[in-house]
Design a protein around this ligand. Structure first.
Ligand code: COA
Length: 165
């Protein structure tokens, strides 16, 4: 498993990988158009080049080179304090249940810490999204509980304090 910047020619893998489950948990219940997928990939490619606070990266199977999902590293959002990093993850249809999300998120934590100091990592998920919560637990995150965030989102928050193991 490796992480690399996203690029516009990821469109086919990304668009076909974003199934109903992704739409439900990541996209507010609606399917993106091909143009929206492409625009997002272009934004993320630019975000990586610009060293932006919010960026998603491609997750690749290191053995096969297949693009299996995306993982996000987010700083500077309204509900984050300096040093806090929110993590997001999506594995494409047909790529789940193989440990990619846990491995990719672990790699994203390492990358984020290499880029700039991190005091703690956060993962937010809907209480009904058990597969997402399982990733946080596998990574040793602590369940804080249901938190109403300043950005209007409400749901389960998981945290991993850096330096606390
Ligand atoms: C959330 C999501 C990324 C989790 O993906 P996942 O594939 O279940 O998570 P992992 O990659 O950690 O894989 C864990 C599964 O792989 C299995 N597995 C196989 N090989 C493994 C390995 N080497 N290491 C760890 N787990 C492995 C585990 O047993 C586990 O299976 P189980 O669910 O049957 O118990 C996925 O459900 C998804 O993309 N959902 C839609 C988007 C979404 O909800 N994103 C999160 C929003 S908060």
């Amino acid at each position: 498993m490796l992480l690399r910047p996203l690029r516009p020619d990821d469109l086919a893998a990304h668009a076909s990988g974003c199934d109903d489950l992704v739409d439900r948990w990541v996209n507010g219940g609606r399917a993106s158009t091909t143009e929206e997928h492409l625009a997002w990939l272009e934004r993320m490619a630019h975000a990586w080049r610009a060293g932006a606070d919010v960026v998603d990266l491609a997750v690749e199977d290191a053995t096969t080179g297949e693009h299996v999902g995306v993982v996000g590293i987010q700083r500077g959002l309204s509900y984050l304090r300096p040093g806090e990093v929110n993590l997001t993850y999506t594995m494409y249809a047909g790529r789940r249940g193989r440990g990619y999300a846990t491995a990719a998120t672990r790699a994203a934590m390492q990358l984020a810490a290499d880029q700039a100091p991190v005091t703690r990592f956060l993962i937010r998920c809907d209480p009904a999204n058990h597969a997402s919560a399982a990733v946080a637990r596998r990574l040793g995150f602590r369940h804080v509980g249901i938190v109403a965030e300043p950005d209007g989102w409400s749901g389960d928050r998981y945290v991993h304090e850096c330096g606390s193991g």
